[in-house]
Design a protein around this ligand. Sequence first.
Ligand code: SF4
Length: 457
Amino acid sequence: MTMTEKILARAAGKARATAGENIWVKADILMTHDVCGPGTIGVFQREFGRQAKVWDRNRVVIIPDHYIFTADSKSNRNVDLLREFSREQGLPYFYDVIDDPDGAWKFDATQGLLKRQYGSQYAGVCHTALPQKGHTRPGEILFGTDSHTCMAGAFNEFATGIGNTDAGFVMGTGKLLLKVPETMHFRLEGKLQPGVMAKDVILQVIGEIGFDGATYRAMQFDGGGVAGLSMDDRMTIANMAIEAGGKNGIFPFDSRTAEFVDGRTRLNGTTAGYEPVEADADQKFCHELVVELDQLEPTVACHPDPGQRKKAKEMSNVKLDRAYIGSCTGGKTSDFVEFARVVRGRRVTIDTFGVSATPEIVHDLQSTRWGGVTIWDILVTAGVQMTENAGCAACLGGPVDTFGRMNTPLKCISATNRNFPGRMGHKESQVFLASPATVAASAIAGRITDPREYFSN
Ligand code: SF4
């Protein structure tokens, strides 16, 4: 069996799981957020009763993160609905925006968009917050009401996005009926070269198979090249499995996985035990591709889909209006570090927005110093508009007052993960997806630029 089949078989209490088979599996964690949470709760209460209790209060994780820093009252109200439900249910893992359990969330637009407005429990973008808060464990099953839930496959678990109806059912029963996906095999070999990042790996893969090339399939990434990838790198790659239509992305378990997971469960007091899976020698795949990491170059996915792959160095004729670094995919500490390496001592020449995925990342950037200067200050000095309000921000457009949203038809290079029409705001805007290093180089040049152009200077 493949790693995905093994996890699903175990969660179904069966010796084997075969691609195409429908099986009932037990959920380990159900995650929801402010956009889908109220709908999920509505389904749960309609089907199980207004007084019903969730199947296991320690396994429901609620993370508001999408439309938070906006004056839109309906968006603010969604956070309050999550708080009320979490209180009624006694949920220990509700990462509220505010500290007052009896309060109401209201974004104060008069304070501007840059200064922190959240309390001490706020966790930021759900997919990045889940591992940081100790909710991702090898061998487990994570369901989330968000398509990029697949990011947690970096931790050797089966993680997938589900709709509100399924999530309402999981909330009540802890189970879900799943068709076991076929598995595609991506063997990563070699080592990434300077200026090339994990984002380039996944853009290369999606370009190869197309934005629907993995539809309802597991994407298994393994091979000798995995050992050289950090957990952030693996998260970036697994995150975008859905950009090829994948049901899930999954990486093998190794000492890096153990170090991260053990550290985070200890820090947060979450469940420490887990059982990783290894693939069998006789695993069967529906597709195989070897990716030579040494051969990869900075890559761009052109508007309007993540499969429109080109090399950055071939796109210098594309002039840009805007650059954006942020999101679950591209707003991690390591992403900002690579971005800062490129812009340090230089200035961006187009509007450039930076949004950390989580408050912890804001803290990292404001406390890590290079030559006495914080990374945050290096970015601000380079002209990047940095907000302390970590979250999804303009990755998915959001209300019109969202930080970094494109309200006019602009051309933007972005470290985010999705570029379908209208994704970051205006429906006639164009989004080019790239690594943080490529976004940084392009922000300096004002046109799409291979970051290696700045490495030899
Ligand atoms: S950062 Fe973007 S991709 Fe990630 S969860 Fe938020 S909206 Fe979705």
